[in-house]
Ligand binder design. Structure first.
Ligand code: URA
Length: 210
């Protein structure tokens, strides 16, 4: 259930994102571009119907997406940077937001925001968080989506740690994971190595790099 998008463009763009010298403006732009590539892979099994159209020369039965509205769900806040790229691909998709903070005592994710479109049970849902680190938040976010009625979910991230993939696929074996890289490991603070640092800080420019 793990797909690593090894397209050369995706790998090249990921290297730009990993580089600590990449400035915020370029980070945002490239994140949007790589999200487009990850999204294309995640959506390669969308069902197609047929519609009759007229080309300038003759009529034909042309493939057309089968109507269902898609839903992108961003795990705040870093998921928003990826959703921007997915919206370039499917501008008509609905967008949901889920927010979690970590309880300092239990170390468990606690939900503080849940804003989702109606009719989740009828939608193909793409849950989006750039970093699958320990997997705690992703596991909780997917569980919440299921509780709210979603039955078809895929998880899109940029970089995954083996620990996160293991936790996520144990909790949600039915949810495919699409990523650009499976990295080596987590460090003691839960950051992915080699990773790309704090994705939220890099997208929003909220921390000066040393
Ligand atoms: N979240 C991040 O933004 N980066 C990591 O490496 C791990 C979690």
């Amino acid at each position: 259930m793990l797909t690593i998008v090894d397209h050369p463009l995706a790998q090249h763009k990921l290297s730009i994102l990993r580089d600590r010298s990449t400035p915020t403006v370029l980070f945002r732009q490239v994140l949007r571009e790589i999200a487009f590539l990850l999204g294309s892979e995640a959506m390669r099994d969308l069902p197609l119907g047929e519609v009759e159209i007229e080309t300038p020369l003759e009529s034909m039965l042309a493939p057309q997406l089968d109507g269902k509205k898609l839903c992108f769900v961003s795990v705040l806040r870093a998921g928003n940077g990826v959703v921007d790229g997915l919206l370039d691909l499917v501008p008509s998709a609905r967008v949901g937001h889920l927010g979690f903070f970590r309880d300092e005592r239990t170390l468990q994710p606690v939900q503080y925001c849940c804003k989702l479109p109606a009719g989740l049970e009828r939608r193909q849902v793409y849950l989006v968080d750039p970093m699958l680190a320990t997997g705690g938040t992703a596991v909780a976010a997917a569980a919440l989506l299921k509780e709210k009625g979603a039955t078809r979910i895929k998880f899109i991230c940029l970089v995954a740690a083996p620990e996160g993939v293991s936790a996520f696929s144990t909790a949600h074996p039915d949810i495919p994971v699409i990523t650009a890289a499976l990295d080596r490991q987590l460090n003691g603070r839960g950051y992915i190595l080699p990773g790309l640092g704090d994705a939220g800080d890099r997208i929003f420019g909220t921390k000066d790099r040393e």
